[in-house]
Design a protein around this ligand. Sequence first.
Ligand SMILES: Cc1cc2nc3c(=O)[nH]c(=O)nc-3n(C[C@H](O)[C@H](O)[C@H](O)COP(=O)(O)OP(=O)(O)OC[C@H]3O[C@@H](n4cnc5c(N)ncnc54)[C@H](O)[C@@H]3O)c2cc1C
Length: 468
Amino acid sequence: MPTSTDTPILSDEQFDELAALLTGPLHRPGSDGYDLGAASWNVAVQSHPIAVVEAHSAEDVAATVRYAADHGIEVAVRATGHGAADPLDGVLLIRTGAMDELNVDEAGWARVGAGVTWGALFERATPLGLAPLSGSATTVGVVGYLTGGGLGPVARTFGVSADYVRAFDVVTGDGQRRRVSGTENFDLFWALRGGKGALGIVTAVELDLPRLSEIYGGALYFGAEDIAAVLHAWAEWAPDLPDAATTSVAIMRMPDAPFVPPPLAGKVTLAVRFAWVGDAEEAQRILAPLLAVATPVLGGIGDLPYSQIASIHADPVDPMPAADNGGLLREFPPDAVDALLRAAGPGADSVQVAVELRLLGGAIARTPTGPSAMGHRDAAVSLITIGIAAGPVAAVTAADSARIMAAMQPWSTGGSMPNFSSSADPVDVRRSYPQETLDRLVALSAIYDPRSVLRAARPVRAAAEMTR
Ligand SMILES: Cc1cc2nc3c(=O)[nH]c(=O)nc-3n(C[C@H](O)[C@H](O)[C@H](O)COP(=O)(O)OP(=O)(O)OC[C@H]3O[C@@H](n4cnc5c(N)ncnc54)[C@H](O)[C@@H]3O)c2cc1C
């Protein structure tokens, strides 16, 4: 099995040999194509793969995997780099951006290539009244998000997005192209709906799109003086919400920059996000007690076209150096609220741009209709810290996040969601899945990837070994 310490190097002849097998270009270090291909949305992660394959087809992916297996090299895959976490030294990187197949069927489903973003799918699907179940940011790739489960702004109503996957086309580590669905390669269907890319490189996905054109939703931002009262009120109010409501809060420390609205710039604020699928008047009645607590400094909640759903979280669109850290809480009682306020509230010396709590439960906690490797569905709240990871600030951001997580430890389940933690770090992977899920992923990997070609399986194997 190749390791990062004995980096295999391909000769010029071997690079030419691989390039001749591909329809898309092979970029070697020193070229613009390489720099572009190795770059990721999260610019904090600098990657140095041995080369970048710009895949144009499923056969390009399969040929790359087979060639890598024959030469003892691992293969990784990226679409946008939103989840980049691995420097990829000695690894062959497949970029899927050019695999842009995108077909939406008015009957309520779509087939998309591995390089398609949620934004591109929105452009085709929302005019037909169909609602792709994206996360908070539509710049994220459809496949990378779905293989990690996916919890979006309407997740308490519709559940985990991966549960809407009908089928994957995938290249497994043995270089075979396989069709994966509820009736074909059932074990891989289980693994890919939540197990990230440990079992294969997805070349296309087919997913159901619920019929939904409009919701009632938005975000309100409260000033520092109201954060404690609003956060306590949210923590008391949120657990009783019906499944029609999805909500989250975030303690924000936005930079004092021209692109940030003045009420938020350079200040500590609290964002309260709300999305309601149903009757607007009922939503207003349910929101009333929370709105009575304080007057927001910015924002609004009202009728919102589903096409605008990314405005609820208003995540950054442009590449940035980000450091995320995720955890899960069993509950969020008043003493947990106080602990969070002490650790990250207006009086705290925190550097996190956002400390976010998403209410789980509702349809997220329901047993999925099909097989799924996504676990931890019974957690009450997802806790995420998001900070800047550039230069010397990176170490400060990481230590600050660890301090906040430690403060919330008494309420932690010990778990995390695959999409909200590093898929390259075995410790994080260990927290993302129960032991039996890790064991099953490793057992399947031995069958479908006998020569351990897929880079994404390495941390899964290490995570499975941790508790032995
Ligand atoms: C601003 C922002 C907002 C986010 N919001 C949410 C949210 O609301 N809910 C949520 O659940 N997640 C959210 N995420 C996390 C996001 O879903 C994951 O980081 C996801 O993996 C990104 O996928 P990508 O393809 O865009 O990124 P990439 O970095 O290109 O890929 C990330 C990983 O996905 C896997 N992957 C990508 N392509 C393939 C493929 N073809 N086959 C197999 N595996 C593949 C690989 O493991 C890869 O390492 C957010 C992330 C960011 C940065």
